[in-house]
Design a protein around this ligand. Structure first.
Ligand code: URA
Length: 230
């Protein structure tokens, strides 16, 4: 949100006062004085007017985890272990998952407390590719690639999937790149050809690639460069 809007949303300042505070250089965001009314204030920013703290700010946290099979990508589950159970982090309940995976799907999971950042990764509009290695029960037909590139109609959601790219790696293995994350999307795409997906692994989400040093079940914090890439 713009800093002028952030300030004028508070009951203590009207718009005119906010303009003045900025001109008088009395406002700081994350310790830096700001006078530009467009300056971005995020939920993690610390905002002060003079010495008054208007929003304390908190650290944004970002992790990549190699999801193993047999765990749920939810923050809590009554029956099964969850990906958050694999993490030893204080304040885990503030974290959420950017783009879920099915129970038996493996691979890259991104976990954060930054909702704007995770939305940029997962919203179909940003068109960031999610790349999967797929193994199927039957041979993958030569016609699949063109069908996936055209898009498939999903009656339940009443939508046509965005163009997806399929590269065959073997008779029953392929790399599929999709820009959305509809419910069971990959399985439903292959299901269109009555071909069951028997192995699914996410290698990449947008610019972020699963670190090969992470064994299934392991995780690490993202680097500053990785966070900025999204
Ligand atoms: N598509 C699926 O069908 N399952 C996943 O886990 C991810 C994408």
């Amino acid at each position: 949100m713009r800093v002028d809007r952030f300030l004028s949303n508070l009951p203590r300042f009207n718009r005119k006062q906010v303009r003045l505070l900025l001109v008088e250089r009395r406002v700081s965001v994350d310790g830096v004085t700001v006078s530009d009314p467009h300056h971005d204030v995020r939920e993690f920013s610390r905002v002060c007017v003079d010495d008054d703290v208007l929003q304390a700010g908190k650290p944004a946290r970002y992790f990549m985890l190699h999801k193993p099979q047999g765990c749920v990508s939810a923050t809590a589950d009554p029956q099964h272990p969850t990906v958050l159970d694999l993490m030893e982090e204080p304040g885990k309940d503030e974290l959420h998952i950017a783009g879920r995976l099915d129970f038996n799907t493996t691979g890259l999971m991104l976990i954060t407390n930054d909702g704007q950042w995770s939305r940029r990764l997962t919203q179909p509009q940003t068109k960031l590719p999610k790349v999967y290695l797929v193994e199927t029960e039957q041979d993958i037909g030569a016609e699949y690639a063109a069908t996936f590139a055209r898009g498939l109609y999903f009656a339940f959601e009443d939508l046509t999937t965005q163009p997806a790219e399929l590269v065959l790696l073997g008779p029953r293995t392929a790399r599929l790149s999709i820009v959305e994350g509809r419910y069971h999307q990959v399985k439903r795409m292959f299901g269109h050809f009555d071909n069951k997906v028997i192995g699914l692994h996410r290698e990449r989400m947008g610019p972020l690639v699963l670190d090969p040093a992470l064994a299934p079940g392991e995780y690490r914090a993202l680097t500053d460069d990785e966070i900025r890439m999204v």
